[in-house]
Design a protein around this ligand. Structure first.
Ligand code: HEM
Length: 925
């Protein structure tokens, strides 16, 4: 097998070469490593071994110890002797025709979903790697049929099922080496505790099965799937019981086989259909015929009796047998007839193996004329029977040990090809392999370069499914009309609402427009929000405050520092809450966080959380942050030269992500190495405020809350909320069960439970608080890095200070040492002054409150209960009255004597520096 191990020859080519070595022989000998192996060429002999003498050749050669890798070692394929018999007879009922009929509905629904998804792809995405799409389909089907779990890989392309399944079924170089060690040096595999499947993946599948079993047991749920059959073995007298590990292993092998092999078959078939347009046309006609006859319903019986579809799939399986060869191990000495006339019979010894060279047989011109030609006709009409029964067609193996899932695989493939070709045309593109060359770098059969095709929506979709389309269009149109009417009504309200509120009171104000209020420039994307705040702030340089409209709500923007202090400190009780725009019942993750809470509830939660931010707690968290920081620093320092130019925000986001994960959620994440971890993906999505869709969503949430309620619009997507909710739930459970105590925020919240006189926090409350960390201002970090890079003198001076600290602390950079770095502190303060995250702070007026006149000669003005105030922090921070040369990045202003003047201490003379908010509602981050 040298050339295959050296990647000079694909496994399929190797099998074919060996098969063709002695065309007259019934079998040939070879070595698999050091084990003698007989490759059986003669179909009659194969049948005799696999059927008549099955008892002598019952098992596969298994090389993975079940204790070492239970997922691989305990599954049906690997099981031996009696244990195999028991498990096989137990699982067989899951694959009967009646079970297939039940599963057909699930497959059909998935198939139609994928067909529609592909038909609706935008033009620029029409060239695609179809294996990926088919794998997502098989993923969803197997998830529901074997695991009883519903997954939608079109909507959630990064679901764990798919990600882990893909990783577990890729046979790349590392897997290749692992297999080699397992087969050739099992002692070494044991010694280094080698596993084919990563522990995390094993754990994922085990957890999933365990939880599903537990939920079904507890709630008496019964589902007609494979898991259920396995569960029912428990506690039955005379029947072997399956342990959870056994069940996990079986479910996994279904997943493994269902996920990759079947999608490979689909991909080869699709590829050949694109190359052979005549075959595609004929198949499409058959599909349209079925749609016509069944009025678009295409039930199980109809699809199963499609002769040409069956022929196309059979031919794809002939040319590209996913299992290139099958094996058996000889369990007692067995005499083979002579390999060639004149030779002696040969005895296969117990423990030695045989191979059935499927690929060689199925490409042999003696059995299949022009074997390299894709020709479904050989499995159609008269010829079908002969070719199927010639003895050389064995894509699913043969005998009692043949593939248990063959019906399932065939049905699943029929369904997707049917649904796909009913809606789409498959065409070749530049990258389509034609003719297909099998890749040498993989154990799995696949073409060099992948399966690239162009998928176009059909122009002549059969009217029965086109009608469904129009019905859907009609519903969409109706929904659209509802939205339009709602919008017109709200527009009417906004247009005729009193826009002269401030004018009437003689207050300097920014002229509003209907719908957008005073914020036209930001709506038209002509001005950023910080610039808008600054320009409003600068509009009346002498006024103590200015009126404006936040869309339709009257807002008073306070300009005068004294007045800001009075309102937010002295009269805090009247301006306690933020203007919140998310309903806490509708969007608990966003609506229940500290920033959104009001009144007494806010006070309670704030007092629970405050201890999490004392200096001593910070000192504990410092260690966690420090470790993350060291990790990031080293990672960046070691990047190869071609990766040294980077988008720094991405890096900082990953850093803060890891810090939040450990400090707020108590979970360890490594976002630089594991770049697509759920924590990062969901966290960044939840905190992404860019894009027109988000803008529109915010607008509706803020301005038309009733519409948001009707559409159940949430700020944080349900799936993201669920992810964090589950995370917090599991962490709490693990801590409760194992008595784990960690010095983090979650722990403090957990401790509030069951305490007399203290309010209990629900899971949603806790998730919401932990979640707010994501909104912590890491943007300022990016700006700081940017300014440091531009100002090399600052860069040098900071590095000197860092080196000094390393020198003084012998490289340990303790909490105290880092905290007393004056220049570092000044840089961060200056970055926060210039590039603060909360460019404006808001409060809600809780009872009517009289403000002094905004300008001399004007009457005092009473701000009404329910109206809001804004503190234009961005404007204040960029006002030359308070900060000399405000547009200059100058850390010196936060050093020595000047620091005092510019500091954030309200007892000092200046109260302008408001990067973290003010007084009680000081920003938590
Ligand atoms: C195109 C798709 C598939 C192909 C080509 C395929 C092919 C095979 C082959 C050749 C064998 C070995 C048979 C032998 O040694 O005689 C096998 C075994 C097996 N296959 Fe499949 N298979 C496919 C899909 C599936 C699916 C979807 C499932 C499960 C849902 C599945 C589950 C199994 C299991 C559990 C075994 C081991 C059976 C035993 O040892 O008793 N396969 N398959």
């Amino acid at each position: 097998m040298g050339p295959t191990f050296l990647r000079l020859q694909s496994l399929s080519e190797l099998v074919k070469t060996i098969y063709n070595l002695h065309p007259e022989a019934k079998y040939v000998g070879m070595f698999d490593m050091n084990v003698p192996l007989v490759v059986i060429r003669d179909p009659e002999l194969i049948k005799s071994i696999a059927l008549k003498h099955f008892d002598s050749f019952m098992d596969h050669r298994s090389f993975i110890n079940e204790d070492q890798d239970p997922l691989f070692g305990k599954n049906l394929f690997a099981l031996r002797g009696e244990k195999w018999r028991q498990v096989r007879s137990l699982l067989s009922p899951a694959f009967t025709s009646s079970k297939m009929k039940n599963m057909f509905k699930l497959m059909s629904a998935c198939g139609a979903k994928f067909g529609n998804y592909l038909a609706q792809l935008p033009p620029e995405q029409r060239i695609l790697e179809v294996k990926d799409v088919f794998t997502r389909y098989t993923n969803d089907v197997i998830a529901t049929c074997a695991f009883g779990v519903s997954v939608d890989s079109t909507k959630n392309p990064k679901n764990e099922f798919y990600v882990y399944g893909k990783e577990a079924t890729v046979f790349n170089t590392i897997a290749f080496i692992k297999f080699y060690i397992f087969r050739s040096f099992p002692w070494l595999a044991r010694l280094i505790n080698l596993k084919i499947i990563r522990q995390k993946i094993t754990d994922f599948f085990r957890d999933l099965i365990e939880t599903t079993i537990k939920t079904r047991d507890e709630n008496g749920i019964v589902r007609p799937d494979m898991l259920q059959l396995m569960m029912e073995t428990r506690g039955k007298e005379g029947k072997a019981e399956l342990s959870t590990d056994d069940m996990v292993a079986q479910a996994f092998v279904f997943f493994f086989a269902g996920f990759d092999s079947t999608s490979t078959l689909m991909s080869f078939a699709a590829n050949e259909l694109a190359i052979n347009q005549d075959v595609q046309d004929k198949l499409r006609k058959e599909i349209d015929q079925v749609l016509e006859e069944t009025n678009g319903q295409a039930p199980y019986e109809a699809i199963n009796s499609m002769e040409y579809l069956d022929a196309v799939i059979n031919e794809a399986l002939r040319m590209y047998p996913i299992a290139i060869a099958s094996d058996r191990v000889c369990v007692k000495d067995f005499e083979l007839p002579p390999a060639l006339p004149g030779l002696k019979p040969f005895v296969v010894k117990k423990g030695h193996g045989i191979w059935i060279p499927t690929y060689g047989l199925q490409h042999d011109p003696n059995y299949f004329k022009e074997p390299e030609k894709f020709d479904p006709e050989r499995f159609f009409g008269e010829q079908k029977k002969d070719n199927l029964n010639c003895g050389a067609y064995i894509p699913f193996g043969l005998g009692p040990r043949m593939c248990i899932g063959n019906r399932f695989a065939l049905l699943e493939t029929k369904v997707i090809l049917f649904q796909l070709l009913a809606r789409c045309d498959l065409k070749t593109c530049e990258k389509t392999p034609n003719p297909i060359k099998i890749a040498k770098n993989s154990f799995n059969i696949k073409p060099e370069g992948g399966f690239w095709l162009k998928v176009l929506p059909r122009k002549d979709t059969h009217h029965t499914i086109a009608t469904n389309h129009s019905r859907k269009l009609l519903i969409t149109f109706f929904k659209f009309r509802v939205v339009c009417v709602s919008c017109i009504l709200s527009l009417y309200y906004l247009l005729f609402k009193d826009l002269n509120y401030f004018k009437k009171h003689g207050i300097p104000y920014v002229k509003p427009l209907p719908i957008v209020g005073s914020m036209k420039s930001t709506f038209l994307r002509r001005e950023s929000i910080p610039d808008f705040i600054k320009s409003v702030y600068n509009l009346y340089p002498d006024a103590k405050y200015i009126g404006l409209y936040d869309v339709k709500n009257p807002i008073i923007m306070l300009r005068d520092p004294e007045l800001i202090e009075s309102v937010t400190l002295k009269h805090f009780d009247m301006f306690m809450d933020h203007i919140s725009f998310v309903d806490k019942n509708q969007d608990p993750v966003f609506g229940k966080n500290l920033a959104a809470l009001r009144g007494e509830r806010w006070r309670e939660i704030r007092s629970i959380l405050s201890p999490a931010f004392t200096s001593s707690k910070m000192k504990n968290m410092y260690k966690l942050m420090f470790d993350c920081g060291v990790d990031f620093g080293s990672y960046l320092a070691q990047l190869p030269p071609e990766e040294r130019i980077m988008e720094i925000k991405d890096v900082f986001t990953r850093f803060t992500n890891d810090v939040i994960a450990t400090c707020a959620f108590g979970v360890k994440v490594d976002s630089m190495r594991n770049r697509k971890n759920d924590f990062y993906v969901y966290g960044t999505e939840a905190t992404n405020f860019t894009g027109n869709f988000i803008f529109l969503k915010m607008y509706i949430l803020r301005t038309l809350p009733w519409l948001a309620r009707i559409f159940k619009l949430t700020f944080v997507r349900k799936e993201i909320a669920n992810f964090f909710r589950e995370l917090v739930k599991t962490t709490i459970k693990a801590r409760d069960e194992n008595g784990i105590v960690r010095p983090d925020m979650l722990q403090l919240m957990m401790e509030s439970r069951g305490k007399d006189g203290k309010t209990e926090l629900t899971i949603d409350d806790m998730v919401s608080q932990a979640f707010i960390f994501f909104f912590g201002g890491f943007e300022s970090m990016c700006f700081a890095a940017h300014e440091i890079a531009i100002n090399q003198n600052i860069h040098k001076r900071l590095q000197n200070e860092i080196d000094q600290v390393l020198e003084d602390t012998n490289g340990r950079a303790t909490y105290e040492a880092v905290n007393s770095m004056k220049y570092l502190d000044a840089i961060i303060n200056e970055a926060l002054r210039m590039y603060l995250v909360a460019v404006v702070l808001d409060r809600l007026c809780l009872k009517d409150f009289e403000l002094p006149p905004p300008l001399p000669g004007i009457k005092p003005f009473t701000i009404k209960k329910g109206h809001g105030i804004w503190v234009p922090v961005y404007g204040l921070h960029r006002d030359s009255k308070y900060f000399e040369e405000p547009e200059k990045f100058d850390p010196e202003r936060f050093l020595g004597e000047r620091k005092k003047d510019n500091s954030d201490d309200f007892n000092e003379s200046s109260n302008i520096y408001l990067s973290f908010g003010f007084f009680f509602r000081l920003d938590n981050m």
